[in-house]
Write a protein that binds this ligand. Structure first.
Ligand SMILES: CC(C)(COP(=O)(O)OP(=O)(O)OC[C@H]1O[C@@H](n2cnc3c(N)ncnc32)[C@H](O)[C@@H]1OP(=O)(O)O)[C@@H](O)C(=O)NCCC(=O)NCCS
Length: 169
C-alpha cells in the first residue's frame, strides 16, 4: 500500500463517505442529511484515510463539551483495503483527537454479531461494559465498549485538521 493520507473530511468527500457507508453497513446507515450535519458540526470530527483520490476509510468522533467522554460514532474501511491496519490507524487517531479535545474516555457501540469489529476494538484497548437490547434498527443488541484516552503531550505533532501522511502495516 502506498501514499496514504489521514485528513479531515470535507463536503467534497460526501459521495465517497456515503459509498463507504453503503458498502459497509446493512442497517443504521448515516443518511445524507446527517453526514452534512456531521461535516459542519464543531462537535464532530470526520476523518478519512485517502489513498490518492480514493477514500478507503473513515471515522466519526463526537465530542460532548459537558462530559469527558467522546464517542467513536462510526468507523468503516472499504472491503479491498481491509486487514491492513487502516481501522487501527483511525482508532489511534480518534483516541488522540479525543484526548486533545479534553476527553478521558472514548466509547462506542457495536452489534453483538459483528465479530470482526469486536476483535478490532478489543485489540485496540477497548473493553465491553454494557449490553443494550434492541439498539439497532433491526432490533439487534449492541455491546458498548470504552477505553481510556490520554491528554496530549506538550510536543504533540500535527494539529488534527492537518492532512498528514500515514502508514498502515
Ligand atoms: C471492522 C472494520 C472497520 C475493520 O477494518 P480493518 O481496516 O480491516 O481493520 P484492521 O486491519 O485495522 O484490523 C485490526 C485488527 O482488528 C481485528 N480484525 C479486523 N478485521 C477482522 C476480521 N474480519 N476478522 C477477525 N478480526 C479482525 C484483527 O485483530 C486485526 O488485526 P490483525 O489483522 O493483525 O489480525 C472493517 O471490517 C469494516 O469496515 N467493517 C464494516 C463496518 C463495521 O463493521 N464497522 C464497525 C462498526 S461499529
Amino acid at each position: 500500500m502506498t501514499s496514504l493520507r489521514l485528513r479531515q473530511a470535507t463536503r467534497d468527500d460526501l459521495p465517497s463517505l456515503m459509498d463507504l457507508e453503503t458498502a459497509a453497513f446493512a442497517t443504521d446507515r448515516i443518511a445524507r442529511r446527517s453526514w452534512l450535519e456531521l461535516l459542519a458540526s464543531p462537535a464532530a470530527a470526520v476523518t478519512v484515510v485517502a489513498e490518492g483520490p480514493a477514500v478507503i476509510g473513515c471515522s466519526v468522533v463526537l465530542r460532548n463539551a459537558r462530559t469527558r467522554v467522546a464517542r467513536l460514532y462510526s468507523i468503516a474501511v472499504s472491503r479491498q483495503a481491509r486487514r491492513q491496519g487502516i481501522a487501527r490507524l483511525l482508532i489511534e487517531d480518534a483516541a488522540h483527537r479525543a484526548g486533545r479535545a479534553g476527553a478521558t474516555e472514548l466509547r462506542l457501540e457495536t452489534r453483538f454479531d459483528n465479530l470482526p469489529a469486536q476483535r478490532l476494538f478489543e485489540r485496540s484497548g477497548f473493553r465491553p461494559f454494557k449490553r443494550v437490547a434492541g439498539y439497532y434498527q433491526d432490533g439487534a443488541e449492541a455491546i458498548r465498549y470504552r477505553r481510556p484516552v490520554s491528554p496530549p503531550h506538550r510536543d504533540d505533532p500535527a494539529p488534527p485538521h492537518e492532512s498528514r501522511p500515514c502508514q498502515a502495516k
